[in-house]
Structure formats: C-alpha cells, structure tokens
Design a protein around this ligand. Structure first.
Ligand SMILES: [Zn+2]
Length: 137
C-alpha cells in the first residue's frame, strides 16, 4: 500500500481528536476499503486508549477492537488504518510503534499535536517503518 486516502473532514476530525486528548495519546480505527495502490477511509471510529501510561503509549482493549473489526467486516469493509496521536513528539513511529506495526500491517496514521502534522507509515518488513502518503479522497 502506497497511500491512504481520506477526506479533509476525516483528517480534521483526527486532528481535533488528538488535540482534545492531549497530553494523552488519542486513538481511532480507520475503516474503509483496501486497495492495491491506496486504501480509502470510509469512517473514523474513535476507540479508547486503555493504556496504563496514556501520555506515552496507546493500547485498545481486545473486546473493543474485535467489535470494530466485526462491524467493519459485516459491511464488507476492513480496518485499513490505525490512528494515534503524539502529543509532544513528531509524527514518526516510536520503537514501540514499530514493534506493534509488524503485527498490524495496515497504515499507521500519526498526528503530532506539537507539530500540527499528520503522516502515515507501514511496516517495511525489516522491523522498521516506511512512509505512506496521506492523500485526499
Ligand atoms: Zn506512537
């Protein structure tokens, strides 16, 4: 996947979600249609950051995650991206993010509240991350 496409409205919603939750990390699932060249986001689904250290990490409870995956599947959609925010650092994956990306090979969209910038990443197959273009749907 080389790109993830979303509307201005969806991108704006993710940015405001990130600002609202700062200094904690916000997270959301991006449900939509996968594609060979680009995945298209149909819906942004907010999920709760259940991590014990939400200022530095995020995690989502398994039951909540499964409910969203099932809901998407029932509509013929997929979770095409995982969104989270970095309140005080740049929009690049942390080492922890990279470790989790390998197990969840979708687009990882990160919004930096500090920089007001959104970037997306996918696992590069070598334990790191390669940048994915964020385009407009
Ligand atoms: Zn992160």
């Amino acid at each position: 996947m080389g790109a993830i496409l979303m509307t201005d409205r969806q991108a704006g919603r993710l940015a405001s979600l990130a600002r609202r939750h700062a200094p904690r990390e916000a997270c959301a699932l991006l449900v939509g249609r996968p594609g060979k060249e680009a995945a298209t986001v149909e819906r942004v689904e907010e999920v709760r950051n259940a991590d014990a250290a939400p200022e530095a990490r995020f995690s989502v409870e398994a039951g909540e995650l499964i409910a969203h995956y099932r809901g998407a599947e029932a509509e013929g959609l997929e979770v095409v991206g995982i969104f989270h925010s970095h309140p005080t650092s740049g929009a690049v994956p942390s080492r922890t993010d990279e470790a989790h990306m390998a197990a969840n090979p979708v687009a990882w969209v990160i919004y930096s509240v500090r920089d007001g910038e959104m970037r997306a990443w996918a696992p590069d197959g070598r334990g790191g991350a390669a940048e994915v273009r964020v385009g407009r749907a």
